[in-house]
Every structure is written in structure tokens, then in C-alpha cells.
Design a protein around this ligand. Structure first.
Ligand SMILES: CC(C)(COP(=O)(O)OP(=O)(O)OC[C@H]1O[C@@H](n2cnc3c(N)ncnc32)[C@H](O)[C@@H]1OP(=O)(O)O)[C@@H](O)C(=O)NCCC(=O)NCCS
Length: 246
């Protein structure tokens, strides 16, 4: 009887192990499903680093992980304090910028939402002659321009005659309408919307689904809360939220 109980305990452990392994496999499949339309042909500009070279990728996006894998990047530094331990086969550095910049590499993709951290890391690598790669997962009209280190997620759109500085981050579904200007290291969270002739200065954060009405200016380093509707210019260094944003 005792032997039977021991055997069944062993069986239960084995089954649990198998279950955990299959759960792991399902989680592992997730980025592939999300990232199916993306590949290095469409995403990574040809003029940039050769795919076989090593690069560091920072950021926790499924499509970025997929891209990193397809390019044989050797490291991803996930800038998310909530994540611990290895993630999708890559190392995780949390928000430890010392650790992020400690890795020698030939190119960086910086899918970091935090503008200041992104600016620091990109500037550090630029000083070493390491290029910030452009990842074009969305649609950018050919009449618009952008600097190095643009990471534009799926479904992001930049329409006509826009100017994007260096290190701009467009999260999933972010939309930049005609004649906008987006300053260096500014982040647009998912589905943020800049209507025509909007200027968002450097290192701003425009929250998810926030809308900036036409012709307005958001001053340097300002934060616009999720879901806000901005109806007046925002002075530099301010946090505004709500409808209308205050
Ligand atoms: C606005 C924001 C930057 C926080 O600003 P904050 O001034 O530090 O706000 P706090 O968290 O201290 O909250 C202060 C008050 O504002 C409210 N508030 C917070 N965010 C708000 C928002 N987006 N819209 C309306 N009210 C908001 C809070 O409920 C709180 O209200 P209370 O005083 O009545 O309790 C943040 O809430 C936000 O919206 N960030 C963007 C998040 C995002 O888009 N993430 C995308 C991830 S991919």
C-alpha cells in the first residue's frame, strides 16, 4: 500500500513536471503567434547592421523578441521591473541601466518606453559608435522623416510630412497624423493619437489612447495621461490627464 502511495506521488510529480513543461511551451509559442507578420525583411532596415552580427535588444515586446530571435541576437534586456529571471530565452536586466549597457554589441534596438532611460542608453551606445537600429513594424509615409533608433510597433501609423527625431518610440497602434513633429526620445503609448500639425517636444510620454487636438504643442518632458484629450498647449515638464486634460 505504502509503495503504491509512493508510486502515485512520483507519478503526480512527473505529471506536474510535464504540465509545467507544456505550459512553458504554450507561453513560448505566444510571441510567434503575435509576431507572425513580422520578419527581418520588413522590420529591420536593410541599411542597418547585418543580421548575423550580435546586438542587444532592450524592451519587452513580443514582436521585438521574435525579431531578436530571427536575427540571432544574443541578449535582450527587458526593462520591466515586474519581470524576473530568464524571459523567452533571453536574460532579463530589469531597469538596471548599468547592466543594460555592460554588454558589448554591434547594434541596439531600444524598445524601452521610458524616455529618459532610452535616451541614456542610446546616447551611451552612440558614444561607442554602436548604432541604434530602426525597427519599422508600422506604416510610415515616405514624405515623413525619422532619426536613428525609431522603434515603431505593429499598427503604428505616421502619415504625411511628419518629422520624428531620434529614438522615437511608437507603441502598438500609435497614430501620428499629417505635419506633426515628434521630438527626440518621445514615447507614444498604445493607440495614442496626434492629430494634424501637433508638436510634441523631446522626452515626452503620451499615454495610451490619449488624443492631442490639432495644432497643439506639448512641452519637453511632459506626460499626458492615458485616455486624456489635450485641448490646450501643455507647458514643459507637466503631467496632464483627463478630458479635457488638466
Ligand atoms: C497620469 C499618470 C501619468 C499618472 O499621473 P499622476 O499625477 O502621477 O497620477 P496619480 O497616479 O498620482 O493619481 C492622481 C489622481 O489622478 C487620477 N488619474 C491617474 N491617471 C489618470 C488618467 N490617465 N486619467 C484620469 N485620471 C487619472 C488618479 O485616479 C488620482 O485621482 P484621485 O486623486 O482622485 O485619487 C498615469 O496615471 C497615466 O495615465 N500614465 C499613462 C499610462 C499608459 O498609458 N501606459 C501605457 C503602457 S504600455
Amino acid at each position: 500500500m505504502r509503495k503504491k502511495i509512493e508510486e502515485s506521488a512520483v507519478g503526480a510529480r512527473a505529471r506536474k513536471k510535464q504540465h509545467v513543461a507544456s505550459r512553458g511551451a504554450r507561453v513560448f509559442d505566444l510571441p510567434t503567434r503575435y509576431a507572425r507578420p513580422l520578419n527581418q525583411e520588413t522590420l529591420l532596415e536593410r541599411r542597418k547592421v547585418a543580421p548575423q552580427k550580435k546586438a542587444i535588444l532592450a524592451g519587452a515586446h513580443f514582436e521585438m523578441v521574435q525579431l531578436a530571435k530571427s536575427l540571432n541576437f544574443d541578449l535582450v534586456a527587458v526593462c520591466d521591473p515586474a519581470k524576473t529571471g530568464p524571459w523567452h530565452d533571453f536574460l532579463v536586466y530589469g531597469q538596471d541601466e548599468e547592466a543594460i549597457v555592460s554588454h558589448p554589441c554591434d547594434g541596439v534596438i531600444l524598445a524601452i518606453d521610458d524616455s529618459q532611460l532610452r535616451a541614456k542608453v542610446q546616447t551611451y551606445y552612440a558614444g561607442l559608435g554602436v548604432e541604434a537600429l530602426n525597427v519599422l513594424g508600422g506604416t510610415i509615409d515616405s514624405s515623413s522623416s525619422y532619426g536613428p533608433g525609431l522603434v515603431a510597433c505593429q499598427m503604428s501609423i505616421v502619415t504625411t510630412e511628419c518629422t520624428l527625431g531620434e529614438g522615437v518610440r511608437l507603441n502598438v497602434g500609435a497614430t501620428v497624423m499629417h505635419d506633426c513633429s515628434v521630438g527626440d526620445f518621445t514615447t507614444l503609448a498604445p493607440h495614442a493619437l496626434l492629430l494634424g500639425h501637433v508638436t510634441v517636444e523631446e522626452e515626452c510620454y503620451i499615454g495610451a489612447k490619449a488624443t492631442i487636438l490639432p495644432g497643439l504643442r506639448v512641452g519637453r518632458g511632459s506626460v499626458v495621461g492615458a485616455g486624456a484629450v489635450v485641448t490646450k498647449d501643455v507647458p514643459p515638464g507637466r503631467i496632464v490627464k483627463g478630458v479635457p486634460a488638466r
